[in-house]
Design a protein around this ligand. Structure first.
Ligand code: NAP
Length: 279
């Protein structure tokens, strides 16, 4: 009998998953580079997660992305965890290795930095303090990445203060925690400002911080990408700041997984962006 090579499968696991843009993104790259493979949305409940992750490699899956609510839980299932996923305490990319082991990685932080470098090329992380609004899962990836690229100080504020204090105890003395209601005070002299909360998303209220103290040469970014221009970014842009939307982070965080699973480093360019926006 002829041994046919298997067509590689990958996907994204979440619960729910219908909203995910990842299938459109990976599907676009597969077509663009003429790669035989498929990328599939997989709606899997928490109670089934471990069993499904063990079954997927047997079905021809080479890996999966992981999204809400499973990003932390997969660390208890994976056999190998990269240092950065362990530090962040969550994974967004799993690799089903040939030796049968499941490797967990987190590419959110590198995607965040790649987005800033691409869309604010003059950005210099060392130039001054960074301000982070929010202390959820995405904030952990952002804080880890900011420390890695040499930001001198990170001022952080979260509605639920103990969560921000938790980041300080995990990531160290570069973090300075402020009260949520005093968020505007953190902006004085800051050169990088990031919204990592879900405020500003379609259907949620806006992140309301008076931006009077913001330097006009600051780089301001938002992890929210629906809408692309949040009210927070619109106001920062009106102050003269360089603003970077969150879609580029989504595109860049996906690239390492695609390369690992399908063997081709994909371009993150305007055509990629348009393909995802029009899907
Ligand atoms: P998460 O762990 O659930 O954290 C949510 C954050 O938003 C927390 O800091 C939370 O504060 C804050 N928040 C929610 N509602 C709030 C409200 N009404 N007032 C004040 N603060 C509020 O979620 P996550 O995974 O960190 O994701 C956060 C956002 O980043 C989401 O919009 C997500 O889509 C986006 N994201 C984008 C990318 C990308 O590639 N662009 C990647 C990852 C995440 P509390 O702690 O007080 O609840």
């Amino acid at each position: 009998m002829t041994d046919h090579p298997r067509i590689p499968l990958a996907g994204v696991i979440g619960h729910p998953i219908a909203h995910s843009r990842s299938p459109a993104l990976h599907g676009y790259w597969l077509k663009r580079y003429g790669i035989r493979g498929h990328y599939i949305p997989l709606d899997i409940a928490t109670s089934d997660l471990a069993d499904m992750l063990r079954a997927l490699p047997k079905m021809g899956f080479v890996g999966v992305n992981i999204t809400i609510p499973h990003k932390e839980a997969v660390l208890h299932i994976a056999d190998v965890i990269t240092d950065r996923a362990a530090l962040i305490g969550a994974a967004n990319t799993l690799i089903f290795r040939k030796d049968g082991r499941i490797q967990a990685d987190n590419t959110d932080g590198s995607g965040f930095i790649a987005n800033l470098r691409q869309n604010a090329p003059h950005w210099r992380p060392h130039d001054g303090p960074a301000v982070v609004f929010g202390a959820g899962g995405a904030a952990r990836a952002v804080v880890a990445a900011l420390i890695e690229v040499g930001v001198p100080e990170i001022r952080i504020s979260n509605r639920t203060r103990p969560r921000a204090e938790g980041l300080r105890s995990d990531f160290g003395a570069k973090l300075v925690v402020s009260e949520w209601t005093q968020g505007a005070n953190m902006l004085d002299g800051a050169t990088t400002v990031i919204n990592t909360t879900s405020l500003g998303m379609v259907g949620k209220s806006d992140l309301r911080v008076p931006l009077d103290g913001l330097r006009s040469d600051a780089v301001v970014t938002d992890l929210v990408y629906t809408p692309l221009m949040t009210q927070f970014l619109i106001e920062a842009q009106a102050m003269g700041c360089t603003v970077v939307d969150g879609l580029g982070m989504l595109l860049h965080q996906a690239a390492p997984g695609f390369e690992r699973w399908f063997g081709h480093r994909p371009d993150v360019d305007d055509a990629t962006r348009q393909a995802v926006l029009s899907a």
